[in-house]
Design a protein around this ligand. Structure first.
Ligand code: ATP
Ligand code: MG
Length: 602
């Protein structure tokens, strides 16, 4: 198929758009960056007149921005239809009831926009639609023969984000493609999930986005119950780690620490308690060890990695009960709160209070060791590096005392391992094929094997093949459509302006008249008509402004090709500029239309 047709040009040929003249286009470009803008995409999209701010996290789409948005929607729509998903559209204004049933009316907290109608009934503006899709399927289907089904919508969502940010990147009103799959069993769910995963890869590849797929939670390792698509970007709010050698990527929370080999215990020296006055910190302890001759025993200087740091936390379990837990991690690492939080979910972490220490006098601050914890029935969880036979310098449970040579598996037996220590650049990749480095990304998509949470809540059953009811199993999948406009602008710009990939550029080509000469003007009109007749979507700068102003605008607006009809016209030449490479070439005016069409169709 001809490229233009494949890119949605078919519609164009049937109903070619009118030629868009800059003299008439509803557009004002701005010379200065908006005062509230920090990231390049925000500055450029506002300066280039794509979007305008109405309130924090609430934006209007002007003609150029709306064209990009619609093109992204079209790509997403094509790929969703391609996997057999069917488009529907649910309201954004929703009654409270279904969200009460799943407890999300409360759980969503301050991020939910809640409102009341004139009769005092509660409503919300939908932040995501699992409830309503589950109810919709329940309402229509009642036989296993109807399944599987995948439904989607491209619709406006509302979230009262704590920090709306970077223009349309994190809005309070934004557009999402959300889809939901319903299957009879887990294998069906996996198939629906994989179809979405592949469709998302095709979408982001077509949009020219650089991205990685990361396991969202550690439960997802191998099984992949939830994955996020993160676009590479220094302004991203998500940190993830990547192994450049193998391509492994994961959210920091999902990284599983490779455990070293266990070591023999036979014949290892006894643990010895030492007086170590004034060594409540890892740094002071290491200094003591090197000064006290421990380094000689080790045959090398002692480092913080030889020490075992015992961090006390209080867990609040969902039933409201609290539990004090000890976490042992190598002394050269800090606890990463996000990793700890993900590991102990659904419990929550609290800090110990002075009262907790007073109630548990065996907890000697700065000198806590595994022994007292275990003797007093406190659960002791260790970093996966603390395997049997590893030797540690750690607290001896009394003021000013540490123990050297404490062997895991001999002198203490942990109650389990926990992923709580920070992940650092240079750590080995869990796949054993290189090392990890950290990177930043923007979440552009999320795919999630939800399971039965919503179908249980609403009892979404169909009659099975054997006449018994079957509860449906559900997946949910989101793409940030409006966010994608900002993400592409973020990845594809230079100091002069935007730089759209052809698939979603508002126009195929931007034609600039850079000459007052009447013949050139008339010639430009002919070239533009020629391009239009060939199905090209043309932005025509027919204004009387100076060439300098027009060139600057062309760079700011970011169409992939700029055709300049200027001084060379008299000699039968025009200039074709590639916004992507910055290259310019002179081409004969009489074959300009053919040359440009050929370039655009690649
Ligand atoms: P984030 O971590 O960025 O807040 P999320 O985990 O809340 O995202 P989901 O609920 O999975 O996101 O929503 C699906 C997709 O919708 C996200 O991958 C993202 O692309 C987009 N999205 C989410 N929140 C916003 C927002 N406030 N503004 C624009 N797009 C958003
Ligand atoms: Mg969010």
């Amino acid at each position: 198929m001809d490229n233009a047709l494949r890119r949605g040009g078919g519609r164009r040929l049937r109903c070619a758009p009118v030629i868009t003249r800059l003299s008439h286009l509803f557009l004002r470009t701005l010379r200065d960056d908006p005062a509230d803008a920090e990231v390049p995409s925000h500055k450029l999209l506002v300066r280039a007149g794509y979007v305008r701010r109405i309130a924090p996290g609430v934006y209007s789409w002007l003609p150029l921005g709306l064209k990009v948005l619609r093109k992204i929607e079209d790509v997403v729509r094509e790929e969703m239809n391609g996997i057999g998903a069917q488009e529907i559209s649910l309201p954004a204004l929703l009654p409270r009831d279904p969200y009460e049933t799943t407890n999300r009316w409360t759980e969503y907290g301050d991020a939910l926009f809640r409102l009341q109608d004139r009769k005092g009934a509660d409503y919300l503006l939908g932040p995501t639609h699992e409830e309503l899709f589950a109810l919709t399927v329940k309402g229509e289907y009642n036989s296993y023969k109807d399944l599987p089904v995948a439904l989607y919508q491209i619709q406006t969502k509302y979230r009262d984000e704590e920090r709306p940010r970077a223009g349309i990147l994190r809005g309070r009103e934004f557009i999402m493609k959300d889809s939901y799959s319903f299957d009879l069993d887990e294998d069906g769910l996996k198939a629906s999930y994989n179809a979405h995963r592949e469709a998302y890869q095709r979408i982001f590849d077509r949009l020219g986005v650089k991205y990685v797929i990361v396991a969202a939670t550690s439960g997802a390792m191998g099984g992949s119950a939830s994955e996020e698509f993160l676009a590479d970007s220094p302004v991203g709010e998500d940190t993830y780690v990547i192994c450049r050698e193998s391509g492994y990527a994961a959210n920091v929370e999902a990284v599983i620490t490779p455990a070293p080999e266990a070591q023999p215990i036979e014949g290892r020296p006894e643990a010895v308690v030492h007086d170590t006055p004034h060594t409540p910190t890892i740094a002071t302890l290491v200094e003591w060890a090197n000064a006290a001759g421990i380094a000689e025993q080790y045959g090398r200087p002692v480092t913080a990695a030889d020490t075992l740091k015992n961090v006390m936390v209080k867990l609040r379990h969902p039933d409201g009960k609290t539990e004090i837990v000890g976490i042992g991690i190598p002394g050269d690492r800090e606890v990463d709160d996000k990793r700890l939080g993900a590991s102990i979910e659904p419990a929550e972490v609290e800090l110990l209070t002075e009262a907790d220490f007073a109630a548990n006098p065996f907890l000697v601050k700065g000198y806590i060791g595994p022994k007292a914890l275990q003797e007093n029935g406190i659960r002791y969880l260790v970093d996966p590096r603390v395997v049997t036979g590893t030797s540690w310098i750690t607290g001896a449970d009394s003021e000013g005392k540490h123990v050297v040579g404490l062997l895991a598996g001999r002198d203490f037996t942990p109650d389990g391992t926990i992923e709580a220590a920070e992940v650092r650049d240079g750590d080995p990749s869990p796949d054993g094929r290189g090392t990890l480095v950290s990177a930043r990304g923007i979440e552009i998509g999320h795919i999630f094997q939800l399971g039965y949470k919503y179908t249980d809540a609403f009892e979404v059953d169909v009659l099975g093949e054997n006449g018994k009811p079957v509860r449906l199993i559900m997946g949910s999948y989101g793409v940030g459509i409006s966010r994608m406009v900002a993400v592409i602008a973020e990845q594809q710009h230079d100091e002069k302006g935007l730089r759209w990939p052809a698939e979603i550029a508002p126009f195929d080509v931007h034609v600039v008249i850079a000459n007052k000469d009447e013949a050139a003007r008339a010639g430009a009109e002919d070239v533009v008509s020629g391009l239009h007749a060939r199905g090209m979507d043309v932005l025509f700068d027919d204004r009387t402004a100076s060439p300098g102003v027009k060139f600057k605008d062309a760079e700011l607006l970011g169409m992939p090709w700029v055709l300049v009809i200027g001084r060379g016209w008299a000699e039968g030449k025009v200039e074709l500029r590639n916004r992507f490479t910055g290259e310019a070439e002179e081409i004969p005016a009489d074959s300009a239309v053919e040359t440009v069409v050929a370039k655009i169709r690649g």
